[in-house]
Each structure stands twice: as C-alpha cells, then as structure tokens.
Design a protein around this ligand. Structure first.
Ligand code: LLP
Length: 411
C-alpha cells in the first residue's frame, strides 16, 4: 500500500461519493512497481490481474507491453492504447471470439498446445509464434494456481517439443519465442531448474528463437511478516541464462518478464461498509458483517488467501480477533479464512454500522475475479492519478440492467 491509500479521511470521502463496496487504485504505485523489473529486457503485463483501463494505460506509458487471454482483454488492451504489435495472446486453445480478434489484428500467439499451432496457422497463415512450455514441474501459492507438472492443463509438455518443432515447420510457423510460467505466487525454489529446462528448449529452437519469457508468478508479501520476493536472485539467474543462450544461438536473445500480481497487488484497496456485528456465544466467533462479499473479492474463499483488513478512522480503539463476513447467502462468504475454510480472525475494533473497513492489497485478481452472484452489482472502481487527483474509472455494474430485456425475451 502506498501514497493516498494511507489517507483514511480521503478514502472515506471516496466511499461517501461513490458508494461501497468500492475498489480504489493508486496509479502512482502501479507505475513505481515497474521498477521491480528494470533488470529485464522487457516487461509484459498479464492483463488478467487487473484490466482497469487506468491501470493498463499507466503500464503502457511506463513502457510495458501486455499479455491477454480473451477477446475481452484484447479490446481493453486496445482501448488503453496498446498497439497490436505490443500484445501477445496466450492460450491452450482459442474460442470463436478470440480467433476473430487474433486474425483481424494479426496478434502474436503464445501457443500452449499442438492444436493451437494448427489454429494459428489456419487463421493467420505462415508467421512467427511463441511456445508455452510445461517443463514438468510447477509451484504456486496454492495447488489451484500451479501451472506446471503432469496435472496442469497448461503448456506444451516438454517431451513433446521435438515433435512440435517438426509440426511448426510443416505449418510454416517460425518459433521465435519460448515461454514458461510454472505458477503464481512463486517463492523461487525452482528458478535454477526452470532456467536449465529453458536452456534445453533454446538449443532445440536455436535457429529461430529471439525471445525467452520467464513468465510471471513472482509472489507478493501479503502479510507484514512475509519475505518480499527475491528479485535480485531471480533476475540474475535468468539473465545469466540469457547471456549463455545468446552465445549459443549467435544472436542476442531478449529476456522478458510477464508479471501480473507484483505490478498491481499493493496498488488496490477494497473499501466496504460495516452493516453490523454479531457473535456466536462462548468460545465462538465475533463477526463484523460488511457489504462486500466473495462476489466482490474471492481470493480468501478460493485459495485461503490472506488479505490484511483495517478499520478506517478507528484510531487506536482497542481490538480483538474478529471474523469479517459478507452479505451473500452462503456460509463460505468470509474474508478471514485460510485454506479449507479454517477461521483466521484479524485484530479489529468493535464497529458501528456505517463505519468502513479497508481490505488491502487487492489490486491483483480482486475486481478482475468479481461476479454478480446473488444478483449483486460488480463494485465501482476509482483511480488515484499520480498527482493525487481521484476519479471514478468505472461505475458499479448492475446485472439487473438487463432485467427489462430479459422480461421481454421471455414473453
Ligand atoms: N503469464 C501467464 C501465462 C499466466 O497464466 C499468469 C497468471 C501470469 C503470467 C501472471 O502471473 P502473476 O505474476 O500474476 O502471478 N487468480 C489467482 C492467480 C491466477 C494466475 C493466473 N495466471 C490469484 O488470485 O492468486
């Protein structure tokens, strides 16, 4: 968290002006986060982490390219000013809408399967392509976000690379890029192994490769006690690989990083209004009930992910361990839960209805994964520009806006 996200009065003013639940993004922080990646030859932002136009524009202006995974993300990237040549489409297969956009814009594709290569060739004809490789192992903050290994649906299995090489040649595709992303929330134990396995791939595609992407996945310290990601070590291992490979292939290989989380996690806050409190008796729990739920931010429910929660304007009122729960008609609608739903209460003061809580570090995979479950709106999003000015960047989106049309369609 940084800048004006610290200013509780200012944040309370935004909540009063725009309603809650409300996402607030500090674009200055997004811009500063690019600094983490200065050692790499290029940075490609994974749009899925946060596709707010203000965020996308900020990263484009900071010099990043982008990676997209749907026709919707292509449209958002274009609206933020990314040129087609700055966009890479990653997929194991493409749906009809994506195929149209990729064909019309002639986007570079990062192919995660042999089928994808056929699709690319038939859509765009001969041209350049990147291969996403599953090196046979993976890592992540949760099993659900581990994207390498025999049980992952992602990427081309490393042992299939020789046959995929032959297939690409037959289809007239030049493999100019090699990409690996073994999971999200990496601690860095497998960097050496990953670099080594990319070295094998580079040797196989030595004639054509010009770019290697080490993917994203760098972890973010959500707890104040978490160690920050060791970018120095990560970058130096990959850069050493790049230098070796450049010698082997006889041309300069570009090393690209493809982060999502680390560029945006700390830049986002979810502001939610307290509706009341309740307790479950001796030995039980005390709940603060709020107007945000897992339809607004699903990471705790889905992964047991921790997000720090603080009371706005509560000063040094005494705190006690409390659970924070949302309004959905589902008992899993709790922000203070670990893996398998174990309660992980946080220290909070007693709260009155109308007071505000801030859920921190939700800039990555917060709004991006929100839903309209229980027919509730997607939260509005406010951006704080680097000069400190705040602006509504997207209003709340009410699924009931189509209610009249739905009624007509049923007639
Ligand atoms: N590149 C590819 C091909 C990816 O699939 C992803 C994330 C990234 C880059 C960026 O990874 P990051 O740097 O953000 O870890 N919803 C989950 C995370 C899912 C990540 C999906 N792919 C969460 O909330 O933790």
């Amino acid at each position: 968290m940084s800048g004006r996200l610290h200013d509780e009065e200012f944040i309370a003013g935004l909540a009063a002006a725009h309603g809650t639940p409300l996402y607030v993004y500090d674009l200055g922080a997004v811009r500063r986060n690019l600094e983490h990646f200065h050692a790499f030859d290029s940075v490609r932002y994974a749009v899925k982490a946060n596709s707010n136009l203000g965020v996308l524009r900020t990263l484009r202006e900071g010099g990043a390219r982008c990676e997209v995974v749907s026709a919707g993300e292509i449209a958002r990237a274009r609206a933020a000013g990314f040129e087609p040549g700055e966009v890479v489409y990653t997929a194991d297969l493409m749906d009809h809408r994506a195929r149209e956009s990729v064909r019309d814009l002639r986007l570079h594709v990062n192919a995660g399967s042999a089928t994808m290569l056929e699709q690319v060739a038939s859509l765009c004809g001969p041209g350049d392509v990147t291969l996403r490789i599953n090196p046979g192992f993976g890592e992540g903050h949760d099993e659900k976000v581990t994207t390498g290994g025999a049980h992952s649906k992602h990427g081309i299995w490393h042992e299939e690379l020789p046959s995929v090489r032959a297939q690409a040649q037959e289809l007239g595709l030049r493999v100019t890029g090699l990409h690996v992303h073994i999971g999200s929330g990496l601690e860095g134990h497998l960097v050496e192994r990953t670099v080594e396995s990319m070295g094998d791939a580079v040797a196989l595609f030595a004639e054509t490769v010009t770019r290697v992407s080490c993917g994203g996945g760098m972890s973010y310290p959500y707890r104040t006690t978490d160690e920050p990601f060791d970018m120095g070590r990560f970058a130096s291992l990959w850069l050493a690989g790049r230098d070796r490979w450049s010698e082997v292939v006889g041309r300069r290989v570009e090393l690209e990083a493809e982060p999502g989380r680390l560029l945006v996690a700390n830049a986002g806050m979810l502001v939610t209004e307290v509706c009341g409190m309740k307790s479950t008796g001796a030995g039980g729990a005390t709940f603060v009930l709020v107007d945000a739920g897992f339809h607004s931010m699903i990471r705790p429910l889905l992964y047991g992910a921790f997000h720090r929660i603080t009371a706005l304007g509560a000063g040094d009122r005494p705190t006690s361990p409390k659970m924070v729960a949302g309004p959905l008609c589902e008992s899993a609608d709790v922000f203070t839960q670990g893996k398998a739903g174990v309660p992980v209460p946080q220290p909070l003061p007693d709260m009155e209805p109308g007071e505000l809580l801030a859920i921190h570090d939700v800039g990555a995979y917060g709004a991006a994964m929100a839903s309209c479950y229980n027919s509730r709106p997607l939260p509005a999003e406010v951006v704080i520009h680097p000069d400190g000015e705040a602006a509504l960047a997207r209003p709340a989106i009410d699924p009931n806006q189509f209610l009249e049309r739905e009624r007509e369609m049923l007639r």
